[in-house]
Design a protein around this ligand. Sequence first.
Ligand SMILES: C[S@@+](CC[C@H](N)C(=O)[O-])C[C@H]1O[C@@H](n2cnc3c(N)ncnc32)[C@H](O)[C@@H]1O
Length: 248
Amino acid sequence: MSGGQLYDAIGATYTVTRCTEPRIAAQVWAALGDARTVLNVGAGTGSYEPPGRDVIAVEPSSVMRAQRPADAALCVAAAAESLPFEDQSFDAAMAFATVHHWQDPIAGLREMRRVARRVVVFTHDTSDTGWRRRFWLTRDYLPEVADLLAGRPSLTELARAIGARTEPVLIPWDCADGFFEAYWRRPEAYLDDHVRRGVSVWVRVGPECEQRAVRSLRADLASGRWAERNRDLIALGAAELGLRLLIT
Ligand SMILES: C[S@@+](CC[C@H](N)C(=O)[O-])C[C@H]1O[C@@H](n2cnc3c(N)ncnc32)[C@H](O)[C@@H]1O
């Protein structure tokens, strides 16, 4: 199943929990520099599209396109791997939380580089050995997430493909955009079905793993085991969980 087909199947309730997180948006928009024309690839429902610039969006899923606000940027039905634009037609191209869904991430990034003078990508670094221990949810409850990464290019390979530098993105404790890591200091949120439905990981690991992880987390929250294990997090205002910008 392509990434677009996946979102046709699971994307209908995306905006219940997913939206622009202003502090992360500020970092993305700063990385866009003085770009006036911006292509947003894998644009979904329009989160993180910068105001005050000429934006065109690309999104393969009709279910996601249908949820874009009436005043959102023009959205073209296409995929990252084959962008229907001339070389260097945009000052910048951006992609947020989408590269891990592309069938060929390297080809998609090269396409962004072809059509734009600058590229800004929000993605995650899973390549270092400490990654599995970084986030308690994958470490203690959902180790199967690692299987989803098999055969996918590392952050280093993605960056090298387009000559990008990387910049860490910290996740505020009260992150407004409910992506997978967003509730690192609000563990009860993962017990909520609506929260999990806004994140493709839960569908991709399958219902058995999902239910086992939720049961186990619920028990640890009730017994105080989660609090005991994650004492250090409570005082943090933002966490470094491997999220990165790639910037050319
Ligand atoms: C997690 S959503 C992110 C949407 C939006 N960027 C945001 O931050 O809310 C991932 C999006 O990537 C899209 N997608 C999947 N495969 C794609 C591809 N090959 N090219 C472009 N977009 C793709 C999906 O349809 C989905 O809308």
